[in-house]
Design a protein around this ligand. Sequence first.
Ligand code: FES
Length: 188
Amino acid sequence: METNDTALAEQPPEEEEAPVDLTAAKEIIDQIPASPNQRRYLIPTLAKIQDAYRFLPDPVIELLRAKFKISRAEIFGVISFYPQLMITEPGKYIIKLCYGTACFVKGAEIIANKIHEKYHIRAGDTDKTKLYTLQFASCLGNCGAAPMAIIGEDTHGTIDPEQTVELLGSYKLEEDEPSAETEETEAV
Ligand code: FES
């Protein structure tokens, strides 16, 4: 299962990052109720920010640090417990490959190796084109259809390694351009 390395908490970002619009984060943070035990709102706040941005941008971590009066290391310590919380922008599609017992026995590891062979990613990685981020999941609740994977919003069961690669090939970064035939039809 992937984890976020807490050592990253003390490191500046490696690359110059695009400016982040903090409006949504500020709105979420402004809704945190005043409380003597404000830290109990940290995890729900992280989850809301993750939903808004798809990950936790570094400038937002700084806002949270100031709001909760805690260190970056403490925030990253919390993040490291929750694989769904990500500190880097994920690919367009997150592949949740089930690594529960039934799926493992039915070949999840072989599928993971096939994905690595094709896209050079392991659990927690995003491919260079930012199409896919791979995550391992615990039981997805449908062991009868093992091995299982969720790709983006789509659930797939009884997949095999070759089928998985074929399936992944059908997901695109951009929607296909309309065909010339379609354009002609629309122009009439
Ligand atoms: S172990 Fe994969 S769905 Fe249950």
